[in-house]
Design a protein around this ligand. Structure first.
Ligand code: GLU
Length: 442
């Protein structure tokens, strides 16, 4: 069986780390099994979905390094859902209900008073044709519920192992709203059938939906795909990420200069037994990540870990990888990159660091070091310069002044770079060249 997976975001906002997790886990699974990846926009909620959010999601996914084989939009597939709707109605599995929200609230309150679970009482199933005609004459528009089987639905979860969802403890779910629009549940099943989805990999908040949806697959005469429910990512405080609550979006991380691979690693590998550390690519993760490694416990995002990982990726980044991005910033030079990359926390920092080479640099010279620096200037070896120049120069200075360690090196660093910290002086010196060094030493 060839693998086809889908990631199905609702374009009701920009995606955050919690959304990126299933996007990536599906991608790893597809890559590992030579399968296809469908991006499905769950945009049936016309009031909250926008094309701009959908375009943004495509952009974020591409930035993360995921390239779908197919993009579908549920808003363009209504005819398929209508056909499924008609079949379910004909089979007696979808029935019209006329209760208002208020009436349903009252029913639930009454059930709770009686100590019963607040499950829909299926009153609408006993309506006669005449009752329905009367309600419709009052101007009521039906919403439609799926009649659950009320038996335990069992399935073998790819990640969580054997699962049972008892649909007897659930209300018959509403599949179609009073205005005729579809909620998520039915279109998802219809698309999974139509697109030949073999594996549905999504967050564990969907386990009970899976019980309902397996019944819908069966009611439509199709075998259900294999399901895998992963643990959800939470923020550092243990809260779930949420578009509505304004969690930091993937686009925000991008704008802040984070590496897509760093974001992908923290979004996907927290809460697995694969370490959160640098990998060469998403494919390198796909090769290693077996779904048995996804833990059943929580997956927590740690911003400090992201920062550390981001820096480690930059410190190991080859010039070939960096060059196109440098050139977009008007920068070039392998030696410059190899010297400065170890100082980067985020890629855009290179613009600032590169000024150490291109200038202008405001040398910082303490009064008590003036004499020392004048001597340093005098002892600066003649060109050509190479790897040994720094050693020769500082040895000569040490011999002449008796200074060593910080007293020897820090005034040189402060003069040459204008700061306390920064790249290795040995290589920096060569890149600066004698003339620039002479200028900065006083
Ligand atoms: N649009 C749904 C969500 O974002 C998709 C769930 C699914 O993968 O079926 O939660």
């Amino acid at each position: 069986m060839s693998v086809t997976v889908r990631w199905a975001p609702s374009p009701t906002g920009r995606i955050h780390l919690g959304n990126a997790r299933p996007a990536l886990l599906n991608w790893f699974f597809a890559r590992r099994h030579g399968g296809r990846y469908v991006l499905r926009m769950d945009d049936t909620d016309l009031a909250r979905s926008t094309r701009a959010f959908a375009d943004g999601i495509e952009e974020d996914l591409a930035w993360l390094g995921v390239t779908p084989d197919l993009l579908v939009r549920q808003s363009e597939r209504t005819a398929l859902y209508d056909e499924a709707r008609d079949r379910l109605i004909a089979a007696g599995r979808l029935y019209p209900c006329y209760e208002t929200e208020d009436e349903l609230d009252r029913k639930r309150a009454r059930a709770r008073l009686l100590g019963k679970p607040p499950i829909y009482d299926r009153a609408a199933l006993s309506l006669t044709d005449a009752d329905r005609a009367r309600l419709e004459a009052e101007g009521r528009k039906p919403h439609w519920r799926f009649r659950l089987d009320g038996r335990p639905v069992q399935f073998e979860d790819l990640i969580k192992g054997p699962q049972t969802v008892n649909t007897a403890s659930m209300s018959d779910p509403v599949l179609i709203r009073g205005d005729g629009s579809y909620l998520y549940t039915l279109p998802s099943v219809v698309d999974d059938i139509d697109l030949g989805i073999t594996h549905v990999i999504r967050g564990e908040d969907h386990v009970s939906n899976t019980g309902t949806q397996i019944e819908i697959f069966e009611a439509l005469g199709s075998a259900a795909p294999i399901f895998g429910h992963h643990n959800l990512l939470t923020d550092a405080a243990g809260q779930g990420f949420s578009k509505r609550l304004g969690s930091q979006s993937i686009a925000d991380f991008r704008n802040e200069g984070y590496e897509p691979l760093a974001i992908a690693i923290v979004a996907s590998l927290n809460g697995t037994s694969l370490p959160v550390e640098p990998y060469d690519s998403l494919d390198a993760i796909a090769e290693r990540l077996d779904f048995s490694m996804i833990s059943h416990g929580a997956a927590r995002f740690d911003p400090a870990e992201l920062n550390g990982l981001n820096a480690r990726l930059l410190h190991a980044m080859t010039y070939d990888e960096a060059a196109p991005r440098l050139s977009a910033m008007g920068l070039e030079g392998e030696a410059m990159w190899l010297l400065l990359r170890e100082n980067l926390a985020k890629f855009p920092d290179i613009a600032e660091w590169s000024k150490l080479l291109s200038g202008p640099v405001e040398p910082v010279i303490a009064e008590e070091d003036r004499e020392f620096l004048a001597l340093a200037k005098a002892l600066l070896p003649p060109e050509p310069w190479g790897e040994d120049t720094w050693g020769e120069w500082t040895q000569a200075l040490k011999a002449a002044t008796g200074r060593k360690g910080k007293a020897l090196f820090l005034p040189l660093r402060m003069a040459l770079t204008g700061r306390h910290d920064g790249p290795e002086l040995k290589s920096l010196l060569v890149l600066l060249g004698r003339k620039v060094c002479l200028d900065r030493l006083l």
